[in-house]
Design a protein around this ligand. Structure first.
Ligand code: NA7
Length: 549
């Protein structure tokens, strides 16, 4: 079925060696990796082409808030040399161009079926294969299934009545049209002030006739200080890519930002202030690299939050607007810290209006716009930047049925449980790189994706070298991992904010911080240790063993 594959058909199913779901960074790399191992790969992607979240998120101002050099593949020295980033923080078109470049360069598209969704994936214990049904009605089967479905791939509309009534143009950030949208002279509303909303607002404030921002919870955002990368810097970077990648592997962020072990209160007040001023000037996530305890020490966190609130007060001219933009009631960095370019300055423009819906709640959407308790705002266009059913959403969007007919939905009814973030007891030969109990959103997702895929590929090589057909974690390995993840999470201030990080943005979703907060380096070490002690951590060929017993 997939062009260029040596897939065979038996009993109506298309038989390959590996099924890969997703064409984001993890899926593309998995497809490449297994193909290079000589496997037949059948890859499925709901979007029309490669890029994952960067394929869909074409909204104005979309940009990655990790540095381009960090947010790119490290497995191919050739690609590193052939591709040149233009900015320190790349915009969506450039990241998508990069994904396309990689797909072309590695000839990945021939393995993919685009515009196709998996509707069910089930393990056949007897045949020892995963069977994935796709929305054409066809079935793929393979001994291995890689769910590279991404932590941010299921968009979430706001729970507001009347959305369908709106007669103007309704736009969703995560499903943005491919053709340009003209905002000139238009009355535009934006609901959502997370990273996405902030990028849209700072861009459209300068394009729209009137911009109305419906803010329920203000985010803390820090200056990005993005800049063009100069040729000298690029040449230097290209000379040192290998050392840089090695440093990234040994960094808690999985990126190049230097880490520190310095606690906030180890410095006297004047020096702390100096460091914060410098972090503000340097921009990016410098704050997080300046002090080690900002997510564990509430008092330290409060001082940085006060510092940022002070900056907001200095930038925003109207005191009432400034006050409404100052986040309160949750720790800074406990929501994803946003990086902006003149976001707060946007509110000094005469055409930009902040509607504080925490005080003047939205009652509904009408034919003409947004209705809040105090009245109606008429709009030509309304944009939802209201986030995702994150981390678990894509894995639970269809039935994934493991050994004995048990579904992942059932296993995860009280929250996701896995081993190392990407394997689950009861689901043999199923792997979910960048899964919900790994470092996921707390470290560089490209580094995590590459790491996880490499680990999985090594496991598959080991199994094949030893005549093993199936692997899954032991019950105790999974319990141990989850106990570690949850005990670390308990110490983090991240739990104190209602965000997608803890599942709080989706009604009825189990709440809690289930990501591994120990940083990428530690995560990598633990994954390596798990592979060293396979006998304790994994069950191989369970059925064969129990038959023999
Ligand atoms: P986020 O960070 O989940 O932000 C969603 C925003 O939408 C947030 O401000 C929400 O406010 C707001 N929202 C959701 N529903 C409503 C309703 N009903 N009324 C008003 N406001 C609402 O998603 P993003 O897409 O910005 O960012 C996701 C990640 O992508 C980001 O963290 C980066 O890692 C990249 P709330 O906070 O719920 O009050």
């Amino acid at each position: 079925m997939t062009q260029g594959n040596r897939a065979t058909k038996s009993s109506g199913a298309c038989r390959v060696d590996v099924i890969v779901v997703g064409a984001g960074f993890a899926g593309m790399y998995a497809t490449y990796k297994f193909r290079e191992m000589g496997k037949n790969v059948a890859a499925i992607e709901a979007g029309g082409d490669v890029g994952g979240v960067w394929y869909w998120n074409r909204y104005p101002g979309a940009r990655c808030d990790l540095m381009s050099v960090d947010y790119s593949y490290g497995f191919s020295p050739e690609i590193e040399q052939e591709w040149t980033w233009s900015e320190q923080f790349a915009a969506q078109p450039e990241i998508l161009a990069y994904a396309n470049f990689v797909a072309d360069r590695l000839d990945l598209r021939r393995h993919y079926r685009f515009n196709t969704r998996v509707t069910r994936a089930a393990w056949d214990e007897e045949a020892k294969v995963w069977r994935a049904i796709i929305d054409t009605g066809e079935t793929l089967e393979a001994p291995y299934c890689i769910m590279a479905t991404g932590p941010l791939s299921v968009p979430k509309d706001p729970e507001i009545p009347g959305i369908e009534r709106f007669e103007g143009t309704l736009l969703r950030a995560q499903k943005w049209p491919h053709e340009p949208v003209d905002f000139a002279g238009k009355r535009v509303g934006v609901i959502g002030t997370g990273s996405t909303g902030i990028q849209i607002i700072q861009t459209l404030g300068r394009q729209a006739g009137e911009l109305f921002v419906f803010q329920r919870t203000p985010s803390f955002t820090l200056p990005m200080r993005n800049h063009v990368l100069e040729p000298d810097y690029i040449a230097e970077m290209k000379r040192h890519y290998r050392a840089m990648r090695e440093a990234m592997r040994n960094n808690p962020t999985g990126g190049t930002r230097p880490a520190t072990s310095r606690p906030f209160f180890s410095l006297p007040p004047s020096q702390r202030r100096e460091v914060m001023e410098q972090a503000w000037i340097n921009g990016g996530h410098t704050f997080l690299g300046s002090f080690a305890d900002l997510l564990s020490n509430q008092e330290a966190n409060d001082q940085v939050a006060d510092f940022v609130r002070e900056k907001i007060g200095q930038i925003v001219e109207d005191p009432k607007t400034a006050e409404a933009l100052k986040p309160r009631g949750y720790p800074i960095f406990a929501r994803r810290p946003c990086l902006d370019t003149e976001y707060y300055e946007t509110y000094n423009l005469p055409n930009v209006h902040l509607v504080d819906v925490s005080k003047d709640p939205i009652i509904g959407i009408t034919e003409k716009g947004v209705r809040t308790e105090s009245g109606d705002t008429e709009l030509d266009m309304l944009i939802f930047a209201t986030g995702y059913d994150a981390l678990t959403g894509a894995l639970l969007a269809f039935d994934v049925v493991g050994r004995g007919g048990r579904t992942l939905k059932d296993k995860w009814k009280n929250g996701p449980r896995s081993y190392l973030g990407f394997m689950a007891e009861g689901f043999p030969n199923l792997f979910a790189p960048s899964g919900p109990n790994g470092p996921a959103a707390l470290a560089n997702l490209v580094t995590i994706a590459e790491h996880d895929v490499d680990w999985i590929a090594e496991m598959v090589s080991f199994m094949e070298a030893n005549g093993i057909r199936t692997v899954e974690p032991t019950v105790s390995a999974e319990e141990g991992w989850m106990a570690l993840v949850l005990s670390m999470a308990e110490k983090s201030l991240i739990r104190k904010a209602n965000t997608w990080w803890v599942g709080a943005n989706v009604k009825g979703k189990p709440q809690g911080l289930t990501m591994f907060i120990g940083g990428f380096q530690k995560y990598r070490e633990l994954c390596a240790a798990a592979a060293q002690d396979k006998a304790s951590n994994f069950v191989f060929d369970r059925a064969a063993q129990s038959a023999a017993a």
